[in-house]
Design a protein around this ligand. Structure first.
Ligand code: FES
Length: 606
């Protein structure tokens, strides 16, 4: 198994020379000896059988020398590059840097595509396809001759989809995020992805911004490669990658166009080869402790409401027991330290310059909110990676005793219309609405909302509670990000910027407001949320974690007896999805995909 040429190629002294702080951390375990264990890829490429001949000869049509089949680690680079996913449009350039690192460390890289999920272009909603992509990833890994895999992720759903698929296989795995765009700029101000869109579109609707100004802002908002640069879902999930230990330090925040993003990719290429040699599998990284760390980090960064749904799904795949209540018990009292939009003022570029996620992790560790021994992909524990991490700007990354918000995590509410729970992000909500009783204005579908919301005769004021149904996993289908419904113009014109909104939908991580989401069970699955009617009174008490529809029990029973499921005309993948998708409190994965099946393939037709 030991290849002299490759062993010569991996000269740890040379590789260690002149490394930056990041790669010095990740390379201390550099190992120049190949594993004694036969690599998985040798099941394809080893030996003199006709089968092995076939596997090798077709690979050779790409100009591959003989010695690439001699037992070197074969590294798959799973790429979500697509020009229809502009947030991931630069990932082929990132892949080239990964390949350099893999080759330097004595491995052989092969890049492969999977379906890409562009949040802004894909209809009806990228979330509908998260589970489909996870299957694409899982079977691509399982069916191909690779010993380890690098996941190239960026736009919102690409991160959980690839982690879910990889978790089902459990090979040595390392994720690299594409990095955020540079800060948006418009009329001398910093503007943030998504967050600016919601603000500006409401400004146009209430007449305080012209259409021309609105159009001008487009060019200044997205001005470089990379994903949304607010603390939306993409930045949150990039932070989760780093907090879980499945990415290298600083994965979360280095801007996509900063040369250090490419250096990180290069080093990740080296490191995945070492991980194969050391047989460090994803299940050794994604432990219960790692998920608990990630939940606390989500509170500290003011992370997206989409994080629970994705982490619950990833945990389900790898076999870690995690539930929605964990988000409240572990994360709700964590102060939000990171002052980024949509909760705060700054953007991801500022976050990186201020010290990035390592500074936040260090503060959490100092306060006893970190499992310090959690292993990360660079071979160090999480605490070894961050214990000396500096903070350069304590307005961007606040001190523990001067947070942006005291209790910053996700709060989980329960009650008679959400017996399995629903969530709210207090850091994005209005303090005066955290305890509120209001009259329900009900929209049965998103189409009904769009048809009625601008009607001057709509019976609504700022004290009402807007209710949107049938937008959950089965109802939409795919659980679209429509929960942060825009307010009616008649309310906006009064200068009111927030009202309570409740739905079984999700909302964009870049959105804000007092928005209660992910009601479970959803309306389309026959949950009691389906029974809310116009004019009902609803009580919300975030501190008490309750949400209550104030009608007699007998009336609820009467409505339940009359309820009919909405008609479905879905076919193909959509039908499969509706038949098998679990509710939001379980991560909205397909029921038959839960659990790690491992990577081995039992049959080979060749
Ligand atoms: Fe891709 Fe926001 S649209 S990350």
């Amino acid at each position: 198994m030991i290849c002299p040429a490759a062993a010569q190629h991996i000269n740890s002294k040379k590789l260690k020379a002149g490394l930056s702080a990041i790669d010095a951390q990740q390379s201390y375990l550099l190992d120049t000896t190949y594993m004694k264990k036969k690599l998985r890829s040798q099941d394809w490429f080893g030996g003199t059988s006709a089968t092995a001949f076939g596997h090798r000869t077709f690979m050779k049509n790409q100009g591959v020398p003989d010695d690439h089949f001699d037992g070197r680690p074969i590294i798959g680079i799973c790429n979500t590059w697509s020009e229809f996913t502009p947030c991931n449009g630069h990932l082929r350039a990132i892949a080239e840097k990964v390949k350099r690192g893999v080759l330097e460390a004595g491995g052989v890289p092969y890049e492969f595509p999977v379906m890409s999920l562009g949040e802004t272009q894909l209809r009806p909603t990228a979330m509908l396809f998260r589970n489909l992509v996870s299957m694409d990833v899982e079977e691509s890994i399982r069916g191909n001759p690779m010993d380890g895999v690098i996941l190239l992720v960026g736009c919102d759903k690409t991160t959980p989809a690839l982690l879910m698929g990889a978790a089902s296989c459990d090979l040595p795995t390392l994720a690299i995020s594409g990095g955020p765009m540079l800060n948006g700029r418009h009329q001398g101000l910093q503007i943030g992805s998504g967050t600016a869109v919601w603000k500006f579109s409401e400004a146009v609707r209430c007449g305080s911004m012209t259409s021309q100004e609105f159009m001008d802002a487009e060019s200044g908002l997205s001005r470089s490669a990379g994903h949304c640069m607010t603390m939306g879902t993409a930045s949150t999930m990039a932070s989760m990658v780093e907090a879980l230990g499945v990415g290298l330090p600083h994965n979360a925040a280095i801007p996509a166009v900063d040369a250090r993003r490419y250096t990180l990719a290069h080093l990740a290429g080296r490191r995945i080869v070492e991980m194969v040699n050391q047989d460090i599998k994803l299940s050794q990284i994604l432990t219960r402790e790692a998920f608990e760390n990630a939940i606390r980090v989500n509170g500290a960064i003011g992370g997206s409401t989409n994080a629970p749904i994705h982490l619950l799904a990833i945990a389900g795949r790898i076999g870690v027991k995690l539930n929605l209540a964990d988000w409240d018990t572990l994360g709700a009292d964590i102060p939000t330290l990171v002052n980024l939009m949509p909760s705060g003022k700054y953007l991801m570029e500022d976050f990186y310059y201020a010290g990035g996620l390592p500074a936040v992790l260090r503060m959490l560790g100092e306060q006893g909110h970190l499992h310090k021994d959690a292993l990360t992909v660079n071979g160090h524990t999480l605490w070894e990676n961050v214990k000396d991490a500096p903070c350069y700007d304590n307005d961007v990354i606040r001190d523990w005793d001067n947070p942006l918000l005291k209790n910053g995590g996700i709060a989980v509410l329960k009650g008679n219309i959400a017996p399995d729970g629903c969530i709210i992000k207090p850091s994005s909500a209005s303090p005066h609405l955290m305890k509120h009783r209001g009259r329900a204005v009900v929209f049965e579908t998103i189409e009904e909302y769009k048809a009625r919301i601008d009607d001057p005769d709509l019976d609504i004021d700022e004290h009402c509670i807007m209710v949107l149904k049938n937008c959950g996993p089965k109802g939409y289908p795919g659980m679209a990000e429509v929960g942060n419904m825009g307010l009616p113009p008649k309310v906006l014109r009064k200068g009111i910027e927030d009202m309570i909104r409740i739905s079984d939908a999700r909302m964009s991580g870049t959105a804000y407001g007092t928005v209660i989401l992910h009601v479970a069970p959803e309306a389309a699955a026959g949950g009691p949320f389906a029974l809310v009617e116009e004019g009902d009174m609803i009580d919300v008490d975030v501190a008490a974690r309750t949400i209550h529809l104030d009608i007699p029990e007998q009336e609820l029973e009467r409505r339940k007896a009359l309820w009919m499921p909405p008609p479905s005309m879905a076919g193909g993948y959509q039908k499969l999805y509706i038949d098998h998708v679990m509710q939001a409190d379980k991560g909205a994965d397909l029921d038959y995909l839960v659990g790690c099946r491992g990577v081995e393939v039992k049959r080979d037709a060749h």
